[in-house]
Write a protein that binds this ligand. Structure first.
Ligand code: TTP
Ligand code: MG
Length: 604
């Protein structure tokens, strides 16, 4: 059986304000083995009760009534009942495990799938460590719930009902006397349930904080070392860890208070039951066999009562975890397919911005009234000081974020009408801080194309990105592992692998977000020459700080604080004596001249 997430099983639809209903719906597809597990436990319980009734029969009728020839049969009966009980206990364990592990597996797969499909803004505001903790620890709590508590409830109810009925069959009064403390146990359990729920929630929150701290520390380990801030980080972690310890102690205190208290109540109840039974037997109201059977069965009435309390208390943790997991599930995915305009082939690449405004979720506008027009195949350069909104602008094109005002037209059609999936197949973006996976270089370059690629295709892309020779110089060439288990690439090498990855995808619209910032001018010139061929026929956005990089563009947009303050070709922009572009040009030219003089003096 394959329980992969399918469109028919959308966990989002199963969510419920009532957490028990939500958990019940989460069981869809696993209810049969669940019912099987519960019934098997019930049958095992029946055989236990039957054993006590057999004891009563043995004493009152076989021994007391002189039917000694039946003795072997009674012995066989005991053996059969024991085997029966063992077999069904085993089966129940298997089915419960199948249910719980199956549901947990499906939930994990669903979460993995779901988390990747959430919007950029969701990930902007959510800590990785927090998500990690919910996808692991909270899923485990839900797993435990199905493994122990969900099947346990059935068993407890059945055990209670059967033994209560059996005792009532012996004597009704005795049956009711055996359960007088039930309301007290319930009130107590409820009280602890609410307390433990709160304590556990606080505990899980802190655990998430701790794992977020750890995760961030590991990602930023270089910064920590570079600034020699180890002690600061250790103290920070220590403080978070201490808080977790404190909350953990509190949680365990609640548990360890509840257990003995419920045990005392249960013990008193049992004692009372024995006493009442003994008095009845002495007064001849019930027989000695009745009493012996009762004293066996009453345990199986008290035990479920006490354990139901425990189970309710333990279930509180699953309910907390259910909430934490459903907070993720409730988030809507980025609708990848939504959009009524799906062209058959590729886009031409004509892009028009009309009075475009954009603000991130916090509401502060970072792009104001942007207007420009790009013909298919043109190269557009974006320049401007850091934080002026260049990355924000190009991120609008693949619909990573939605613009908040104005219109963006692609081939004359508003961008919002294109499905995101289509846009992203048409647009290739080399991110400002490219991320490479801990896989081989070849896998990293081939990552963006959803098909098998030939070595020659990979080499070609790598050559265009001026990284082919570098890769060949590694001992294992294209099979060299990148990252933690392999070579550490320099910033410029990483950028070039990322460029190769995007070139191989062969997009109609190419976005290079500061993609050659860590590459020396000579290598950049080589990349530019190769790109020039590749850029032919595709609309290209280049974000860069060097005049050399942008000067050949068909149009240069100069940004300042979210506004386009200048636009035109290199020559046009230079004419404006007071313009930012001219100033940047002069500063860079001066530096260049000085640099050449320096080099000449050193060389001479
Ligand atoms: P960017 O668009 O990142 O500015 P930039 O790309 O021009 O800067 P750089 O040259 O350094 O790459 O940022 C514009 C503003 O938007 C800035 O105030 C930070 C803010 N911002 C967010 O709030 N969330 C984001 O995800 C990004 C990318 C930027
Ligand atoms: Mg940027």
């Amino acid at each position: 059986m394959n329980h992969r997430h399918t469109p028919e099983f959308d966990l989002q639809e199963t969510l419920s304000e009532n957490r028990l209903i939500g958990l019940w719906r989460m069981m869809r597809g696993f209810r049969l083995p669940y019912v099987g597990a519960t019934l098997a436990l019930g049958l095992a319980a029946v055989s236990k009760t039957a054993t006590y009734l057999l004891i009563q029969y043995l004493i009152d009728d076989v021994l007391g009534g002189g039917l000694l020839n039946l003795l072997p049969w009674v012995a066989l009966g005991f053996l059969g009942l024991a085997l029966f009980e063992g077999a069904f206990t085993f089966l129940s364990g298997r089915w419960a495990a199948f249910t719980a592990e199956g549901i947990a597996r499906r939930l994990r797969n669903y979460l993995f799938d779901h988390i990747q499909r959430l919007s950029f803004s969701y990930h902007d505001r959510t800590q990785t460590g927090e998500l990690l903790q919910r996808a692991t620890s909270d899923v485990e709590a839900i797993n435990r719930f199905f493994l122990q508590q969900a099947t346990g409830v059935g068993r407890i109810v059945l055990l209670f009902a059967i033994n209560f009925a059996a005792i009532a069959y012996i004597n009704v009064q005795l049956a009711f006397l055996s359960v007088v403390s039930l309301p007290l146990l319930w009130v107590m359990s409820y009280y602890f349930f609410t307390r433990i729920e709160k304590a556990y929630e606080a505990y899980q929150e802190q655990e998430a904080r701790l794992s977020a701290t750890l995760q961030e520390n590991l990602s930023g380990v270089r910064v920590v070392k570079a600034f020699a801030r180890q002690q600061f980080e250790i103290d920070k972690f220590g403080a978070e860890n201490k808080e977790k310890y404190r909350r953990g102690m509190r949680l365990l205190l609640m548990h360890s208070l509840y257990w003995p208290v419920s045990d005392i109540v249960a013990g008193m109840q049992m004692l009372g039951g024995f006493l009442a039974g003994a008095l009845m037997a002495l007064n001849g109201i019930i027989t000695v066999g009745d009493y012996l059977a009762f004293s066996g069965m009453v345990i199986w009435i008290i035990w479920p009562m006490r354990n139901l309390g425990r189970l309710i208390v333990q279930a509180s943790t699953a309910l907390v975890s259910y909430n934490r997991v459903s907070e993720i599930i409730r988030e809507d995915r980025e609708p990848m397919e939504a959009g009524d305009h799906l062209p058959d082939g590729d886009v031409r690449g004509e892009i028009v911005f009309e009075n475009v405004h954009f603000a991130y979720e916090d509401g502060t506008e970072v792009l104001h009234n942007i207007n420009f027009h790009v013909q298919p195949g043109q190269v557009i350069a974006l320049m401007g000081s850091t934080g002026s909104g260049k990355t924000s602008l190009v991120n609008l094109l693949p619909r990573f974020y939605e613009y908040t005002g104005g219109r963006i037209l692609l081939d004359g059609v508003e961008l919002k009408r294109y499905p995101r999936k289509y846009l992203r197949s048409q647009i290739g973006i080399v991110e400002q801080e490219p991320f490479l996976f801990s896989r081989t270089i070849r896998e990293n370059i081939a990552y963006g194309v959803g098909r098998q690629v030939t070595d020659e295709e990979v080499y070609q892309a790598a050559r265009a990105a001026a990284i082919h020779d570098v890769i060949l110089s590694f001992p294992e060439g294209y099979n060299t592992l990148v990252g933690e288990r392999g070579v550490t690439l320099s910033g410029g090498q990483k950028q070039r692998v990322a460029i190769a990855r995007t070139l191989l995808k062969d997009p109609r619209i190419l976005i290079l977000d500061d993609a050659t910032s860590s590459v020396d001018t000579e290598t950049e010139a080589a990349i530019r020459a190769a790109l020039e061929r590749l850029m032919e026929g595709r609309t290209t956005f280049i974000i860069a700080h060097r005049i050399q990089t942008v000067m050949h563009a068909d149009a240069i947009l100069v940004f300042n604080k979210g506004h386009i303050v200048q636009q035109g070709t290199h020559e046009e922009l230079l004419k404006d004596e007071d313009g930012i572009y001219r100033r940047i040009y002069e500063v860079q030219a001066r530096i260049e001249v000085e640099l050449e003089r320096e080099i000449a003096s050193v060389g001479g």
